[in-house]
Design a binder for this molecule. Structure first.
Ligand SMILES: Cc1cc2nc3c(=O)[nH]c(=O)nc-3n(C[C@H](O)[C@H](O)[C@H](O)COP(=O)(O)OP(=O)(O)OC[C@H]3O[C@@H](n4cnc5c(N)ncnc54)[C@H](O)[C@@H]3O)c2cc1C
Length: 451
């Protein structure tokens, strides 16, 4: 039986970053990563495999950085863990002893077992598996009528990509009144939905799929709650993901009400020397302080870095608790992003807030080629002026500007500090110094707080 100081189960973003960070901090310790599949892929890049990328290999994500750092990799599946003996066994009947064990087993798509016909041939998922997506791409290439269930960011991104093929009819069905309703306030979600409608995607919001229709065991269409039927050669379900925690449960770890492995701020589970990181581990909302079901690679890798530094003792203090769920996507050439609280979540959690909003161009003067409208909304706690959330839409700069807001939320920056925030501006690169959109949104919030 081989013996390792650290064994990591899973080779997704959280497994790799835990391994690379941990091994670099502890070059004298032995690290083994056990992962199910040889080839990995960038999960966030999956939607672009269906159209924009020429082939799936352009979206590959290997474990080379971990090997380069001195780690070892085994392609196998961990099937059993004996917590008392600190051993684990794999599908290929290998047995290992560990000193520290990391669960980085990720998440898997939610199966819509509540929809009649969910088990027909031709109902597919967006699985984070290279071979599965490679195969699905062959199926989407052949299909003419494709129905996507779920207008969250994954459903929207996949639908938009598939709809770029002019010979396909791509329908997106969302039960809420708007797609992306969990990530954006109504006004911003509406802008995103208007853009989805301008693509080739046929959008059915406020609509549920009542049944997936089939013939001889194969998908032929869907029936909506409204009674309308849509033709389909392929149905892709994108209704969410659930933490992959069967193995952890079997090993005796505590699972929380969201199905994630319970752990503390340092990713330690209830069992000494066992950690859980990424999509499979418990997430706490930064603003609410409650368990949350957000699963993002940005959150997973932030946790992984903390864990990598602290595997053998707390070296790096975690000076924040909880996920901000900084989220961004691009629809019809416009970028939408949010961080922390949005208006719906603030209302739902009974959090007092004011919203400060400002719109201008992301270049100056606005007549400069490539200038795009930039809208920023800051969600602010009115008693202290602390920024607790932000939403924006605009050009590519939004992808990084939202990270400025994310940092502001994490460091509990107030709008009063934001108005004296020192900025660099340039006509070809940023909004004008006289009306820098982030600062103007902070001023708008201050004006509301004074009322
Ligand atoms: C289509 C899509 C787009 C996304 N876009 C974004 C985005 O733009 N931004 C963002 O921040 N996030 C995005 N996400 C979310 C992001 O992909 C996840 O948060 C991230 O993959 C989590 O990483 P992880 O390592 O925790 O888990 P996973 O990526 O799920 O990896 C877990 C790995 O563990 C392996 N494993 C599980 N059990 C075992 C076992 N018993 N033995 C061995 N191996 C095992 C699995 O095979 C898998 O490879 C997207 C997700 C999808 C599906």
């Amino acid at each position: 039986m081989k013996n390792y100081d650290v064994i990591i189960i899973g080779g997704g973003p959280s497994g790799i970053i835990t391994g690379v960070t941990g091994k670099k901090q502890n070059p004298d310790k032995s690290f083994l990563m056990i992962k199910k599949e040889k080839k990995g892929l960038v999960p966030c890049g999956i939607p672009y495999v269906f159209h924009d990328l020429d082939e799936i290999s352009q979206n590959a994500m290997g474990h080379k950085p971990f090997i380069d750092a001195g780690g070892e990799v085994l392609i196998d599946e961990v099937t059993n863990i004996d917590i008392n003996k600190k051993t684990l066994t794999t599908k290929n009947d290998e047995m290992f002893q560990y000193k520290k064990l990391v669960f980085a087993t990720g998440s898997t798509p939610t199966i819509p077992a509540f929809i009649k016909g969910y088990d027909l041939d031709g109902v597919e998922y967006i699985k984070k598996s290279y071979d599965y997506i490679d195969n699905l791409k062959k199926k989407t290439d052949k299909a003419k009528d494709i129905v996507i269930i779920g207008g969250g960011f994954i459903g929207v991104e996949v639908a938009e990509q598939l709809a770029k093929f002019e010979d396909k009819i791509v329908s997106l069905v969302e039960m809420e009144k708007l797609c992306l309703y969990r990530a954006f306030s109504e006004e911003i979600a509406e802008k995103a939905n208007d853009l989805i409608k301008k693509t080739n995607v046929k959008l059915y919001t406020n609509n549920k799929i009542e049944e997936i229709l089939g013939k001889n065991g194969k998908v032929k269409g869907v029936k909506l709650a409204s009674g309308k039927e849509l033709k389909a050669d392929l149905v892709i379900s994108a209704i969410g993901y659930k933490p992959n925690t069967e193995l952890a449960k079997k090993a005796g770890l505590e699972i929380n009400s969201n199905g994630a492995i319970r752990c503390d701020n340092y990713l330690r589970t209830i069992e000494k020397d066992i950690f859980a990181v990424g999509d499979c581990s418990q997430t706490i909302g930064f603003v609410t302080g409650r368990t949350d079901s957000i699963m993002l690679a940005s959150t997973a890798t932030a946790e992984a870095r903390i864990l990598g530094y602290n595997l053998f003792g707390i070296e790096l203090l975690r000076n924040f608790v909880g996920t901000l769920s900084v989220f961004s996507t691009e629809i019809g050439g416009r970028v939408f992003a949010s961080a922390g609280a949005i208006e719906q979540s603030a209302k739902y959690e009974n959090i007092e807030y004011v919203a400060g909003e400002f719109t201008d161009f992301d270049r100056h003067p606005s007549t400069i080629e490539g200038a795009k409208q930039l809208m920023v909304k800051l969600i602010v706690s009115p008693r202290t002026g602390t920024i607790i959330g932000g939403e924006m839409c605009g050009g590519k700069s939004v992808g990084e500007l939202i990270n400025v807001v994310g940092l502001a939320i994490q460091k509990e920056v107030t709008v009063y500090e934001f108005v004296s925030y020192q900025i660099g501006t340039h006509p070809l690169l940023t909004t004008a110094p006289t009306k820098y959109v982030l600062i103007k949104a902070a001023e708008m919030a201050i004006a509301k707080m004074r009322k």
